[in-house]
Design a protein around this ligand. Structure first.
Ligand code: HEM
Length: 191
């Protein structure tokens, strides 16, 4: 077993897993759960602000969304760097091959969405007439272009739906391991 990144072995008592349960290291756990909560909140905020787009005061929600979105993007980059430099232990051999394949494809697509979503939102917002104020500080703007802004906002909106579908699949898999299989796989991402 290769543990090159302070990821830890916990005892098998908690899970009933005879071989022990490997867990992700604290930074990986923290990034996973912070991004899980913040991305969920951002999808809710995105849909909410679109529903009040023409109401007075909606600008506040749009600026908040853009500022948090850029912050999330930086965390996603940090997470990808961490993931590339800290290989996780493979899933236990008792997990069926098709589930291992499905989970790795899902995770790859989740990472793709976590990049495409904020980047498309950022580019769309740069081409929009409102521009971007990062926590109140105006960022350099592009020459406003309505068609390009709409194009990138369409990509942004569709990617949000794809992300929601992937997260649903990811959560269903995690809950199956936690509640049905009870095989310690969920605990890899839980302290
Ligand atoms: C990081 C994760 C992000 C998530 C999960 C997210 C999610 C969403 C969602 C669900 C919508 C509603 C889409 C629709 O129904 O049409 C939305 C809209 C929007 N987002 Fe994001 N967003 C993120 C990042 C960003 C960033 C970084 C920016 C810009 C800096 C941004 C700018 C916008 C804007 C301007 C809209 C309104 C688009 C329109 O008017 O059609 N978002 N976002």
């Amino acid at each position: 077993m290769q543990i090159n990144d302070k990821e830890t072995m916990s005892t098998s008592k908690q899970t009933g897993n005879a071989t022990g349960t490997w867990t992700y290291a604290r930074p990986a756990l923290a990034l996973h759960w912070i991004l899980a909560v913040s991305l969920t909140g951002m999808v809710a905020l995105g849909w909410f602000m679109i529903s009040i787009e023409d109401d007075p005061g909606s600008d506040w929600y749009f600026n908040l969304h853009k500022s948090i979105g850029i912050s999330i993007f930086l965390l996603v980059l940090l997470r990808i760097v961490w993931r590339l430099t800290h290989r996780p232990e493979p899933l236990p051999s008792f997990v069926p091959a098709w589930q291992i394949k499905l989970s790795s494809v899902t995770q790859m697509l989740l990472y793709t969405c976590m990049i495409v979503l904020p980047v498309a939102g950022f580019i769309g917002a740069r081409y929009s007439k409102d521009g971007i104020a990062l926590f109140g500080v105006a960022l350099p703007t592009a020459v406003p272009n309505h068609d390009l802004a709409e194009l990138f906002f369409s990509v942004h909106g569709v990617t949000a739906w794809i992300l929601v579908g992937l997260v649903a699949l990811h959560v269903a898999g995690a809950l199956k391991h936690l509640l049905i299989d009870r095989d310690g796989v969920f605990q890899r991402m839980w302290r």
